[in-house]
Design a protein around this ligand. Structure first.
Ligand SMILES: *Cc1c(COP(=O)(O)O)cnc(C)c1O
Length: 442
């Protein structure tokens, strides 16, 4: 047990999250249900903020990467924790504003931001836009000019460091739809382009090297590459970046193949990164840039679980045993998308030993609709409550109404008490935007 432990097993042998009995939650709110532990989310935001405060004189800002889990409540929590956010669409930006989140602490990303998204962002005073194409720079300059404002921007760079969980590779030119490569001169060209724009204020550079990363050195290397680039740009064009945004990507525990990190481990990632930035600044005689990080998964991932009710069970002797749940790829498409691994357990029989290996199947009309394959579990019975762990990130935010299933509700647990932060859908929601033209109405 460490200080971020969200889950435990209580005296009834039930799974508990944030002090709330998961079986009670399933009874009260129904399943499928996303459950989030507020304390865990806040602890994660705090450890990053505290590390910047202590190790970097507070000269920076934590941005919660809200694509991991976006709804009004999470922006309200971020705001209370003095954390900024990044958004990647007009929809995320709108959600943040609807929760009263201050626009000047919002950064907008995207490789193909739409005109209407840029207009909406600029009209509402967005703090920074991370520019990712020439056309975007041109459009943004024009929008800002028409409004008589100067828009702060960063350039998304590609430092040629690619991280994959436990390993990283350095490449001369990364094949990515994101960013401008530092190694081949594209980032330098883009810098000149932005500097030539009257209505854009270039603050600095952004990079994001990947997700679910445990290799400290990959963050360090990326920071060093971008700092070297900042020095190079200062020499060649006289422009010294005042902001460095190093992206997100810190890993979380999904299964015992992953390390289970403590708060101090996350602080250590950031310390290593800060150390690299400081020593490069010293080496190149640069000012320490205002530092931004964008953790998403590590803030909400382990804070969330999904509860389901076990339905049909199908044993195909010698092949597989399928345990079907009342959810599936419509609430968690990550196995279907990336074969992501999850830990599952029976929330109402959490003390029992695992006795078999089963495949957790969803209810969609799709053979690929599974949540976990050949995972250990006690012999499940119809009606048991199944919990899938570490579903706080990229589950609700990736959910759909496929097969016209309902996107599950989400509840937030604080001091053992749960309340809705996303309410359940209804059949009325399912047909809300459908239009039946007059000629079909007899
Ligand atoms: C997805 C993303 C993040 C967050 O990544 P995590 O792995 O969830 O921490 C941060 N920045 C950018 C630009 C991203 O696209």
């Amino acid at each position: 047990m460490n200080e971020r432990e969200t889950l435990k097993i209580n005296g009834l042998g039930h799974l508990e999250i944030g002090g709330a009995d998961a079986v009670d939650l399933a009874k009260k709110f129904g399943t499928p249900l996303y459950v989030f532990d507020e304390a865990h989310i806040r602890n994660m935001m705090r450890v990053y903020k505290k590390t910047i405060d202590e190790e970097y004189d507070g000269n920076g800002l934590v941005l919660y990467a809200s694509k991991a889990f976006s709804c009004k409540a999470i922006y309200a929590i971020a705001n209370e924790e003095s954390v900024g956010v990044d958004v990647v669409s007009g929809g995320e930006f709108y959600t943040a504003l609807s929760a009263g989140f201050p626009a000047d602490k919002i950064y907008m990303h995207g490789n193909n931001k739409l005109l209407r998204e840029l207009e909406f962002a600029v009209d509402n005073g967005i703090g920074n836009i991370v520019v990712d194409s020439y056309s975007e720079a041109d459009v943004l300059d024009e929008l800002a000019g028409k409004r008589g404002i100067k828009q702060n921007v960063l350039i998304r760079t590609n430092p040629g460091v690619e991280a994959h969980t436990h390993a990283f590779v350095q490449t001369a030119r990364t094949d990515s739809k994101f960013g401008f490569s530092i190694n081949d001169g594209a980032a330098e060209e883009m810098t000149k382009h932005i500097l030539s724009k009257k209505n854009l204020v270039l603050k600095g550079y952004h990079c994001h090297i990947g997700s679910q990363i445990f290799e400290k050195q990959s963050f360090v290397l990326a920071a060093e590459k971008v700092m070297d680039f900042i020095a190079k740009m200062k020499k060649s064009s006289g422009f010294e970046a005042t902001e460095l945004n190093i992206g997100g990507g810190f890993g979380v525990w999904y299964t015992d193949e992953d390390p289970k990190l403590k708060l101090s481990d996350y602080a250590d990632y950031l310390k290593a990164l800060i150390g690299a930035v400081k020593s490069k600044a010293k080496e190149h005689k640069l000012n320490n840039p205002y530092l931004l990080i964008e953790p998403g998964r590590s803030i909400v991932g382990e804070a969330g679980i999904t509860l389901y009710t076990v339905g049909a069970i199908k044993d195909i002797p010698g092949i597989k045993k399928y345990v079907a749940i009342d959810g599936g790829m419509f609430d968690n498409p990550r196995y279907a998308l990336y074969q992501s691994k999850y830990t599952v357990l029976l929330a109402d029989r959490a003390n029992e030993k695992n006795t078999e290996r089963v495949t957790i199947a969803g209810k969609c009309c799709e053979s690929g609709d599974v949540i976990a394959v050949d995972v250990p579990l006690p012999e499940a019975k119809t009606g048991n409550i199944l919990a899938v762990l570490t579903t706080g990130a990229y589950n609700y935010s990736m959910a759909s109404n496929y097969n016209r299933n309902f996107i599950p509700a989400a509840v937030l647990v604080k001091d053992g008490k749960a309340e809705y932060i996303v309410k359940p859908q209804t059949y009325e929601d399912i047909v809300r935007n459908d239009v039946l033209p007059e000629r079909f109405k007899k």
